[in-house]
Ligand binder design. Structure first.
Ligand code: GLC
Length: 548
């Protein structure tokens, strides 16, 4: 099994299953549900961070990289989890948040207490001569990217929340610490790693203002040092395991940089997450807006990344959903009228593309965004900051709420819906985030009579059975079609044509003649005959295989 024919399941531990009744998911809750995870046929489980953290950014503000958050369990639970998954042939992928630490981390605290060694772990800078902040960069969660460093008059850099201080990777001690963290978990049997926002670790050695009117992210993203730092980390840690699987989260990146990060010849990472396809419902590139998604742009981006990564011998991590994104089913399709068709169509797009698919918990039962009614339903710091700033810039409360409702990260963080009960079978207590539609959408019903879960299981199994899916070349098809996203995969004597209708109405498409003789590999509608013109039903997905 290599990462190319693997499928990876993502679990947000805080929301998967609570075994203690405190309303927060935990490791024991995951262990108890391993049979369900194994039944999907996945090869790895990526866990969002469950390390000690003050939870300013839901665990991405880590105060100790080598322990388990007591609210989530113990190291014994963790070892049991690894062993239990392994007994089903499933590997563990841990989230390595190495661009920044919590300001509660011992390193930052010792820096604050005046220890020079640890001050050099961070970007601590004096104000500019005119008294302004060291640079004009803004935090990704809103506001300036600099906060006062204690009473010193200096400032420390935080590209995210002020509770997340950026580490200075120019310092070789920081790089050695990073490798030490990865090696700590390798020694506990972990061979999968997801590296959080890893393409911002290579800032310039001098931090400079972004020229007026330009995007400040260019000043610290995909810097030339990132490749060298990744190679060094690879060599000092996970690269020593033959079976390691790694994925880097790349923010505001380019195809070219990502082909570099994941080209096997470069010895950096196996694959990358990029986000351009999830920005096609942003107005003027701005997330906190409300506008219908642009299908032509979505097709262009998916195609550009498929072609570009293939040409550069790179590898995409394929996904629609994660803990940072509202549910794709709400963004791109019609879960009200066509939930089953929508969920299975979207899954088909991703699972048959060139790359490694990731399934975010709940996606496999067609979970949707919750029907929240007030801003107090949301927990995420980013949602509250966005709401406040939308109000400040003159939106009415209603408008501001509608935008947050559509874009908040909490949309994906609601508890896994196991059954139709009061807390969706997630907890015996009060859940940290509320479920709203478990009566309609839950695992128990899907297992009994659903069509989404079995479809995911089939897609996952197909990647292992059909080399054309795991290894085939990607070719664009019907790029100008206004409703259908289509592509072809080729491998040896096999050719696969994938057709997906992104609209709630019928759509016609011509197919190459030889495919009329092919067989249907998978479809989310009942059997049909193949003619040179195919009329696809609303949100239909159809994959036709020719094997010579
Ligand atoms: C990544 C994580 C996100 C977190 C951020 C800062 O984007 O996925 O949840 O807030 O990094 O660590």
């Amino acid at each position: 099994m290599t990462f190319k024919n693997s499928v990876i399941y993502q679990i947000y531990p805080k929301s998967f299953k609570d075994s203690t009744g405190d309303g927060i998911g935990d490791l024991r809750g995951i262990i108890d549900n391993i049979p369900y995870i194994a039944s999907l046929g996945v090869d790895y489980v990526w866990f969002n961070p469950f390390f000690p953290s003050p939870q300013r950014d839901n665990g991405y503000d880590i105060s100790d990289y080598c322990s388990i958050d007591p609210a989530m369990g113990t190291m014994e639970d963790f070892d049991e989890l690894v062993a239990a998954l392994e007994s089903h042939g499933i590997g563990v992928m841990l989230d390595m948040v190495l661009n920044h630490t919590s300001t509660d981390h011992e390193w930052f605290q010792r820096a604050l207490a005046g220890e020079k060694k640890y001050q050099d772990y961070y970007y601590i800078r004096p104000p500019q001569p005119d008294g302004s902040l060291p640079t004009n960069w803004v935090s990704k969660f809103g506001g300036p990217a600099w906060a006062p460093f204690g009473e010193t008059g200096d400032y420390y850099l935080h590209l995210y929340d002020p509770a997340q201080a950026d580490l200075d990777w120019h310092n070789p001690d920081v790089r050695a610490e990073a490798a030490k963290v990865v090696n700590f978990w390798r020694n506990r049997g972990v061979h999968g790693f997801r590296f959080d926002v890893i393409n911002v670790i290579g800032k310039g050695s001098q931090l400079l203002d972004a020229p007026l009117g330009t995007d400040d992210r260019k000043m610290y993203t995909d810097g030339p040092d990132v490749h060298a730092y990744l190679r060094e980390l690879n060599e000092a840690s996970f690269g020593r395991d033959e079976d390691s699987v790694t994925v880097g989260e790349m923010s505001s990146t380019s195809v070219e940089a990502c082909a570099g990060y994941s080209n096997p010849g470069n010895h950096e990472l196996n694959m990358v997450f990029s986000f351009h396809h999830l920005k096609v419902d942003y107005e003027d590139g701005e997330k906190w807006t409300s506008t219908p998604f642009d299908l032509a742009a979505l097709k262009r981006v998916l195609n550009e990344w498929a072609v570009g990564m293939q040409e550069g011998d790179g590898w995409n991590a394929l996904f629609w959903n994660n803990h940072d994104q509202p549910r794709a089913i709400n963004r791109f399709t019609d879960p009200g009228r066509y939930r089953v068709e929508s969920a299975t169509m979207l899954a088909t797009v991703i699972h048959l593309l060139r790359g490694t698919p990731f399934v975010y918990m709940g996606e496999e039962i067609g979970m949707t965004d919750p029907d929240y009614e007030t801003i107090s339903d949301y927990v995420d710091v980013e949602a509250h900051n966005a709401f406040a700033s939308l109000m400040e810039t003159g939106r009415s409360e209603r408008e501001a709420f509608a935008i947050v409702h559509g874009k908040a990260r909490d949309n994906a963080r609601t508890p896994m819906q196991w059954d139709s009960g009061r807390t969706a079978g997630f907890t015996n207590g009060t859940p940290w985030l509320r479920s709203t539609n478990q009566a309609r959408i839950n695992v128990a019903d899907e297992e009994a009579e659903g069509r989404i879960l079995p479809y995911y299981r089939r897609l996952i199994a197909l990647r292992k059975a059909q080399p054309v899916i795991s290894q085939g070349r990607y070719l664009p098809y019907a790029m100008d079609h206004p409703e259908v996203f289509a592509y072809i995969r080729e491998h040896g004597g096999q050719r696969l044509l994938v057709l997906t209708n992104f609209r709630a109405k019928q759509a016609e498409i011509e197919i190459p003649l030889d495919f009329t003789e092919g067989s249907i590999l998978i479809s989310n509608y009942p059997e049909r005959t193949l003619d040179s013109t195919i009329r696809l039903e609303p949100y239909e997905a159809l994959a036709i295989l020719i094997s010579n």
